[in-house]
Design a protein around this ligand. Structure first.
Ligand SMILES: Cc1cc2nc3c(=O)[nH]c(=O)nc-3n(C[C@H](O)[C@H](O)[C@H](O)COP(=O)(O)O)c2cc1C
Length: 204
């Protein structure tokens, strides 16, 4: 059985291209694979707070040694990690913001990248614990960040997301990208993204 965790991040809600492409992918996915189950996490409507001093202390304290204060500080993070680990597929939709990702997504990543839960520090270095999973990144960009374009070298969105999710063990990552959405490329890029998503809805 496939259980997808669907994560949306754009604050533009109904006007968001990344949300709309992810939604269309999931509609198609359900059509072709009706057994698929989905949990939706909306980080724009329900942002997780930034980590603070107590949270960081809890992160590096074994659970058996938590004080009530540390247990409270880490509770939401535990819940988000449980939800993340309960899925075997992920569809993550996100805009490019300032060459990278929105702050709500970075905050979420801080909550789910956890020692002993999603990665381990071993004698041979770090090891991702979230294995045998697949992810699709749905990425919307206002400017042209297509491979080989002038801005391609300063795309910190896709390389970062592939690096951090690879770090916790997710290395099978596909992309549905729409570039130049604030330019004349928009219609063609949306059409290309839809072609990709319709194919992935069947094959993924
Ligand atoms: C705060 C902010 C920063 C942005 N930074 C970039 C950027 O660095 N590169 C880019 O191509 N587009 C940038 N954009 C444009 C968005 O990526 C574009 O509008 C995209 O469609 C947003 O995704 P959405 O439609 O899913 O909300 C930015 C938009 C905002 C609001």
């Amino acid at each position: 059985m496939t259980h997808i965790l669907h994560i949306d991040t754009s604050p533009r809600l109904e006007r968001s291209h990344s949300r709309s492409l992810a939604r269309e992918f999931l509609e198609q996915r359900k059509l072709h694979h009706p057994e698929t189950t989905i949990t939706h996490r909306d980080l724009a409507r329900h942002p997780v707070p930034y980590i603070d001093h107590t949270w960081v202390t809890a992160k590096f304290t074994p659970a058996a040694e938590y004080t009530p204060e540390l247990a409270t500080a880490i509770a939401l993070s535990d819940q988000l990690v449980d939800e993340f680990l309960a899925a075997d597929r992920y569809i993550l939709s996100t805009p490019m913001y300032n060459f990278g990702i929105p702050a709500v997504l970075k905050s979420y990543i801080d909550y789910i990248v956890r020692p002993r839960r999603t990665f381990a520090a071993t004698q041979n270095g770090f090891q991702g614990l979230v294995t045998d999973r697949k992810m699709i990144l749905v990425q919307a960009r206002g400017s042209d960040f297509r491979p080989g374009s002038a801005y391609d070298a300063v795309n910190f969105q896709e390389p970062y997301l592939k690096t951090i999710f690879g770090f916790i063990g997710i290395t099978d990552i596909e992309t549905i990208n729409a570039n130049g959405l604030n330019t004349e490329l928009r219609d063609q890029e949306l059409a290309n993204a839809k072609t990709t998503l319709h194919t992935l809805a069947i094959t993924w």
